[in-house]
Design a binder for this molecule. Structure first.
Ligand code: FAD
Length: 328
């Protein structure tokens, strides 16, 4: 049985914490297959602390390719390096986050390896009888959950939706193996030339990166009432999320939607206002660290996963809450 591999994302001198979510996924797959979990990290000037952190958070091995020519992300070069590693070590499973990096790299690699790739998975599991990777993702506009298998080719490849699981926790006593690799010049050659990096300075809050999300549901009653949600989110320095019902009614736009057919989020604080807690909504926010729910129905499903529940009319509670926060 080959290893389970995760891609540790390293860009602009920093390890993306999304890498720890992948380790959490990879750990349970490797345990079920009774094999080792390895991370690959490629880039330039990779710090020892970052490699150690991967081990502390679950990697048994880390394959490192550190080269000045990997300073900037060029898909062709990165893919060639990864293909070299895959050819040498033949892992059974290779997963990456469904970030811009993962979404760009993984299809390129899958085509070159002539293997399957399931994009944007929300669940990964192992089929007991065969040991195959079960790759589950929303399909047909989020109306069904499709489980996909890669039958005859290897590695089995998938990208995983960011924030659909918690990051693996560190164990500072864990030890692992670090394997440094070097490749010949031809591996780094590319038809693409790097010119410069332009940072997206958009002021719009990215809901998936927000530490605080104030989310409103159908209980708000009408679009105008969302000014309460907008105000509370602004006061707390957070982003505005909504249920699908709100998007369907045209009260807010789709980029705000959280859930199975929307975004998956995992903020430090999620405030759900007038949201019942349908399973499709919960699928997109259940890994939030703290959940506060405001709902007039004491039996609303959302209270089952809330750390703090407030039963009452949002039209009374929200203005009071906003007032108190302003005074604070
Ligand atoms: P409701 O379920 O109608 O809940 C409104 C809540 O507001 C109620 O609990 C009510 O008690 C409360 N309320 C009403 N008035 C007040 C008041 N004055 N004060 C306080 N509380 C009040 N849903 C998503 O959210 N995201 C998805 O991505 C998503 N994907 C889906 C995919 C599929 C394939 C399907 C079939 C459904 C999907 N849904 C999704 C829809 C989901 O099933 C629910 O219909 C939706 O989440 C309900 O939204 P809601 O909680 O805003 O509305």
């Amino acid at each position: 049985m080959g290893e389970v591999w995760t891609l540790a994302e390293f860009r602009h001198g920093k390890l993306n914490p999304i890498s720890f979510e992948l380790l959490n996924r990879g750990k349970s797959l490797a345990q079920k297959l009774d094999t080792s979990l390895a991370s690959i990290i490629i880039g330039y000037d990779i710090k020892k602390e970052d490699i150690d952190e991967l081990i502390e958070r679950g990697a048994d091995k880390v394959y490192v390719v550190d080269d000045k020519r990997l300073e900037n992300f060029i898909v062709e070069t990165y893919a060639k390096v990864i293909l070299k590693l895959l050819d040498e070590y033949n892992p059974d499973i290779f997963i990456a986050a469904a970030t811009t990096t993962g979404r760009t790299l993984m299809p390129y690699i899958a085509v070159k390896k002539q293997t399957g790739l399931t994009a944007d998975c929300t669940v990964l599991d192992i089929e007991e009888e065969t040991g195959n990777l079960l790759q589950t993702r929303p399909a047909i506009g989020g109306n069904i959950l499709a489980t996909i298998k890669t039958l005859n080719t290897r590695p089995q490849m998938a990208t995983v939706r960011p924030h659909s699981t918690k990051p693996a926790l560190p164990d500072r006593n864990r030890v692992g193996e670090v394997i440094y690799k070097q490749f010949s010049d031809d591996v780094f050659s590319s038809k693409t030339k790097y010119i410069r990096f332009i940072k997206n300075e958009s002021q719009q809050v990215n809901i998936q990166d927000a530490k605080i999300i104030v989310a409103g549901g159908r209980g708000l009653g009408k679009a105008e009432n969302f000014k309460l949600i907008d105000e509370l989110a602004e006061l707390l320095g957070g982003a505005v999320g909504v249920s699908r019902d709100v998007v369907d009614r045209g009260w807010k736009t789709y980029p705000h939607q959280i859930g199975l057919s929307g975004k998956t989020v995992s903020p430090a604080l999620y405030i759900a206002v007038g949201i019942s807690g349908a399973i499709q909504h919960i699928a997109g926010m259940q890994t939030s660290e703290n959940i506060i729910a405001i709902n007039k129905d004491p039996d609303a499903q959302i209270f089952k996963i809330a750390n703090l529940g407030i039963v009452g009319d949002l039209n009374e509670i929200l203005p009071l809450l906003i007032e108190r926060i302003k005074d604070y």
